[in-house]
Design a protein around this ligand. Structure first.
Ligand code: NAG
Ligand code: NAG
Ligand code: ZN
Length: 487
């Protein structure tokens, strides 16, 4: 009888998985100083992938992470990606990629975490308040290059696995860590393609832990916009001219270009290129609800950046503008006189630069044609004798997942459990190529579950992660793995 009561009591205390999460959470709390020390050790390595002189440090960083993962058991492969050719023709080794495998039970689902261990450059002279490679705690924040992007996030995952292992790891875990993310993930796509039928074959879910929340509420990113970049070139002479001698005599390239650029969108940002909105998916009630639940404080953002007024009034409209509709931005004019002063030059050749953020269903090839046809037509109408050319420079597709896929449900439950709040469901306005790449190369369910805070300043001075988010984020990954075993 007593045994039965105890057994029932035990079962009722048990949440997802077979281990009470209280014990796991308590273990994480108790070990937080150890986790901070690990982050300190990782931050101390200047794994700047941009600087060829520091490439050996990126490799050292990968080796340190390998050591950490080996203590979790399983197998670790350090994959050699070969050489990288530098712009000056020299060749240097790429840092190894870590492919780790902690498989306990082939019948259980397998989740693969992706993160990176390289960082952006940082020097105290850039305006840091503390040494960027010495993790420094101030007012509850842990300052250091890579603290948020992405060493802290990767360590939170590894710490969560370790904490679960004290009891039981409820699902199989694989880990992919690279050291070239800040340089467009050189070599990674090829590796994923090559390992699709091996390393990735039994992966059910891919979780990218390299993203930030957009508010103080934890967020899950389920979509990103793509982008396509164009150059418009107009040339009116072989060399720059003086407006005293030539003003009024010829069709000036700059005037043509400004005319063309001004025909791209109207004063409320509506893109005037015919057909550009055709592919945009209709808004459903279900999707609308997700924007309503997302936190996005317009007044704070306006004040922070000194923006007088947004085009749209409500939070929902702005979130939609930012994530589910295309937008067009003009970035610059090459060849224009841009220095201070009042030079009376007529630039001979100017190149306007603009890009369009793409949303799901918009095809790069179609947009390319729409843009080129439109500008050609407008230029013809202008009747200018100048030479004119539109070129497409680069682009990437958007990505969108179904936020009701099992791993999303598990992550939402885990966020609720750890933070006591509903997750912000985010469609990022920017481009995260790794999401699109994983999607296209593996066909697996992808989710972006990062723990970067909204003001962590990744890539900037005084990058940080708060101790609170680092530790609660560790709990979040632990809870996520538990929930994943039950969905
Ligand atoms: C934002 O405002 C513009 C201009 O009034 C409008 O065309 C657009 O549809 C609005 N966006 C949303 C999502 O309502
Ligand atoms: C990768 O492998 C999966 C099966 O695990 C398959 O469905 C998918 O088509 C493959 N991707 C490519 C690009 O071949
Ligand atoms: Zn990153």
């Amino acid at each position: 009888m007593t045994v039965l009561v105890l057994a029932l009591l035990f079962m009722s205390l048990t949440t997802a998985g077979s281990v009470p999460s209280d014990q796991i959470f308590q273990y994480i709390e108790e070990h937080q100083n150890e986790y901070v020390q690990r982050l300190k050790d990782w931050i101390a390595i200047e794994s700047d992938s941009n600087d060829p002189e520091k490439r050996h440090l990126v490799t050292n960083m990968m080796l340190l992470a390998e050591e950490r993962i080996r203590t979790l058991g399983g197998t670790v492969e350090m994959v050699d990606l070969g050489m990288q050719e530098l712009p000056n023709g020299n060749k240097i080794s790429l840092p190894p990629v870590i492919l780790a495998n902690i498989v306990k039970d082939p019948k259980k689902p397998t989740v693969c975490f992706y993160g990176h261990l390289d960082v952006q450059p940082a020097e105290i002279e850039d305006g840091w308040s503390t040494e960027p490679y010495i993790l420094t705690e101030k007012n509850g924040n842990l300052y250091g290059r890579g603290a948020s992007d992405d060493k802290g996030q990767v360590l939170a995952v590894l710490n969560a696995i370790e904490a679960l292992q004290k009891h039981e790891l409820p699902v199989n875990v694989k880990i992919l860590l690279e050291g070239m993310e800040e340089v467009e993930s050189t070599g990674l796509k090829e590796l994923v393609e090559e390992r699709n039928s091996t390393f990735f074959s039994d992966v059910d879910h891919i979780v990218v832990t390299d993203t930030a929340w957009i508010s103080s509420k934890p967020g899950i990113t389920y979509g990103t916009r793509g982008n396509c970049y164009f150059l418009v070139e107009v040339e009116c002479a072989k060399q720059d001219l003086h407006s005293g001698s030539f003003g009024g005599l010829l069709h000036e390239a700059m005037n043509d270009l400004i005319f063309l650029l001004s025909t791209l969108a109207d004063s409320s940002g509506h893109i005037l290129i015919p057909g550009i909105y055709e592919a945009v998916a209709p808004l459903t009630e279900k999707e609308k609800k997700l924007y309503e639940g997302t936190e996005y404080d317009l007044d704070v953002i306006k004040a922070k950046y000194g923006i007088k007024q947004f085009i749209n009034k409500t939070k929902e409209e702005l979130l939609m503008q930012r994530s589910r509709y295309p937008s067009l931005s003009i970035h610059g004019i090459q060849g224009a006189f841009s220095a201070p002063g009042t030079k009376t030059v007529i630039p001979a050749k100017v190149i306007g630069k603009f890009s369009i953020r793409l949303v799901p269903n918009m095809e790069l090839s179609v947009v390319k044609k729409q843009v080129t046809d439109y500008l050609n037509k407008r230029f013809t109408e202008r009747n200018s004798p100048n030479s004119f050319k539109v070129t497409y420079r680069k682009g990437s597709k958007s990505w969108l997942a179904d936020p009701n896929e099992p791993q999303y449900l598990a992550a939402r439950k885990a966020i609720k459990r750890v933070f006591g709040k509903e997750a912000d469901m985010i469609r990022s306005g920017g481009t995260i190529p790794i999401a699109t790449d994983f999607q296209e190369l593996t066909g697996k369910s992808i989710m972006l579950l990062g723990i970067g805070g909204p003001d962590d300043a990744p890539h900037g001075q005084d990058e940080k992660i708060s101790r609170y988010i680092y530790i609660e984020g560790t709990k979040l990954y632990a809870a996520f793995l538990q929930e994943l075993s039950t969905v």
